[in-house]
Design a protein around this ligand. Structure first.
Ligand SMILES: NC(=O)c1ccc[n+]([C@@H]2O[C@H](COP(=O)([O-])OP(=O)(O)OC[C@H]3O[C@@H](n4cnc5c(N)ncnc54)[C@H](O)[C@@H]3O)[C@@H](O)[C@H]2O)c1
Length: 245
């Protein structure tokens, strides 16, 4: 039977590449997103911060495509400000999308994975799930939280043949990343080119942005049988962040 995959935030950037790649493998992949996709891929409108909207999107997914056994918790948002100026509303929004959203989607999709006797949950965290950068209080907190939640789920779900792994990209060339270059340039009073080379790529050994297709390739590996004994891991895809000074 064709496997059904849900990709949150699958309408743009990394998520869109993941949807297209899973489809190319012959799976049924659908984007759950607050906005329609920029390309023609299956899409169900869903705000992952809302319990009722997640439940409704799941019901629609099952009706249209069948019971899901793959969940890619990918959607995200960035907002940068010093902690003492960080608006509570933005804190709640970022934690809601990236941490609570990962929890809610997992919570409601897990029963169908258990029923199938097979499942894969892949969380797109970030290198900021392991290290910090200034001005990213909510993002760093949410991404660290996702890694903790992944470990709990890995422990709880192993006996059901469900693995839970995370991907920790450094910087990937997407609209979210481009928006950060602009904001960092403003906060640090630097040109955008300098921000890319002197701030964003500084901690990496390889001075290149990762592509969305490369992230989709790692998702493909975690979904494959080759990865059936890998769980609870958080795999960096960061050009070697933090290997030295
Ligand atoms: N781009 C990078 O450099 C980078 C690096 C590390 C981690 N990440 C992570 O990768 C993931 C994807 O990021 P991207 O760069 O592709 O961003 P993007 O902005 O291109 O895509 C994010 C998608 O999430 C959707 N979204 C936002 N709020 C939502 C909500 N409440 N419910 C459902 N969907 C929602 C957006 O509409 C958008 O389509 C994010 O979790 C991000 O933190 C990105």
């Amino acid at each position: 039977m064709t496997k059904v995959a849900i990709v949150t935030g699958g309408s743009s950037g990394i998520g869109l590449s993941i949807v297209k790649d899973l489809q190319a493998q012959g799976l049924k992949a659908v984007s759950w997103d607050i906005k329609a996709p920029s390309e023609n891929v299956p899409f169900i409108e869903c705000d992952v911060t809302s319990e009722t909207k997640v439940q409704a999107a799941l019901a629609q997914t099952i009706e249209l495509y069948g019971a899901p056994s793959i969940l890619i918790n990918n959607c995200g948002l960035q907002f940068m400000a010093p902690v003492d100026e960080f608006p509570l509303e933005k804190w709640n929004q970022l934690i809601g999308i990236m941490l609570t959203g990962t929890f809610l989607c997992s919570k409601f999709v897990i029963p169908s994975m258990k029923k199938n006797g097979w499942g894969r949950i892949i969380n797109v965290s970030s290198i900021h799930g392991k290290v910090a950068s200034p001005y990213k209080a909510a993002y760093v907190s949410a991404k660290h939280g996702v890694l903790g939640l992944s470990k709990v789920m890995a422990l709880e779900l192993a006996e059901y043949n469900i693995t839970v792994n995370s991907i920790c990209p450094g910087f990937v060339d997407t609209p979210l990343m481009r928006q950060q270059i602009t904001k960092q340039a403003e906060l640090n009073q630097m040109s955008e080119a300098k921000v890319a080379s002197e701030i964003m790529l500084k901690p990496a050994c390889i001075k290149k942005f990762t592509t969305t297709e490369q992230v989709a390739d790692l998702v493909k590996f975690f979904v494959s049988d080759s990865a059936s004994t890998i769980t609870g891991e958080a795999f960096n895809m960061s050009g070697g962040w933090g290997m030295g000074h």
